[in-house]
Design a protein around this ligand. Structure first.
Ligand SMILES: C[S@@+](CC[C@H](N)C(=O)[O-])C[C@H]1O[C@@H](n2cnc3c(N)ncnc32)[C@H](O)[C@@H]1O
Length: 222
């Protein structure tokens, strides 16, 4: 049974043939993906032996264990072709960007790449878009924190996203997800609070401008 964060991650994975879960740790995501028929085969990969052992334990009693392969490696380095889906969840944006950089050409041949970073999703979006990936879907979940999931696909025609879209998510901004609207509302309060407290005029203007853009989105939804 997945928690709300991993459920949001899996919700963005369209049925596929071979899924690689990078940084799998407990292995919950590939287990659920196999059990629910989201993928036919899976790789559960992790840099470290202890988490990988946790994943093996998760699968030990399962009737899908013959369809998973455990691999100890960094990123997708030692995962054999073909893979048509990569999931990386629960890591820092820097680590994810490093993993993609290490095998950029291979990532550019993978049709669905679902990423969930704990912080700085804006940098991740910018990084991926600058390297020839498009944002094709997004999801958000809340449990004590807001968790944003972004799905990327390689593209020959790069989309031009505004800084506001890169920060909040072009797909999330166009969906009417109540969790996202709550996230925007709390961000709006925070920005207004910052604008009242900051003494630097340029910073205040930037906070007010961003707050106005958020208000615009929220007004359209009400
Ligand atoms: C916090 S856990 C996330 C587990 C799971 N993906 C989730 O979202 O619940 C991060 C895992 O990533 C692994 N990891 C860190 N750097 C990695 C890399 N470069 N390649 C593969 N795995 C890595 C760690 O060993 C750890 O098990």
């Amino acid at each position: 049974m997945l928690d709300v964060r991993l459920r949001a991650v899996l919700s963005l994975v369209k049925p596929c043939t071979i899924l690689a879960d990078v940084g799998t740790d407990h292995g919950y995501l590939p287990l659920e993906a196999l059990k629910t028929g989201v993928c036919e085969q899976a790789f559960a990969a992790d840099l470290n032996e202890l988490p990988l052992q946790r994943a093996r334990d998760t699968f030990a009693q399962s009737d899908v264990k013959d369809r998973v392969t455990f691999i100890r490696c960094s990123g997708i380095r030692d995962i054999p072709d073909p893979i048509d889906t990569v999931v990386i969840a629960g890591m820092g944006a820097e680590t994810v960007m490093q993993i993609v950089t290490e095998d950029l050409e291979r990532f550019r041949r993978i049709p669905q790449i679902v990423l969930q970073v704990n912080k700085d999703v804006e940098s991740l979006r910018r990084f991926m878009v600058q390297r020839g990936f498009d944002i094709v879907d997004e999801a958000i979940a809340y449990k004590r924190h807001y968790y944003v999931v972004v799905k990327f696909a390689p593209t020959a025609i790069p989309s031009g996203y505004t800084p506001f879209q890169l920060k909040y998510g072009p797909i999330l901004l166009s969906k009417k997800d109540p969790i996202f609207l709550n996230h925007l509302a709390s961000r709006l309060n925070h920005l207004m609070d910052l604008a009242h407290r900051v003494s630097d005029e340029n910073k205040r203007d930037a906070f007010v401008l961003e707050a106005d853009a958020i208000r615009n989105v929220l007004d359209k939804e009400s």
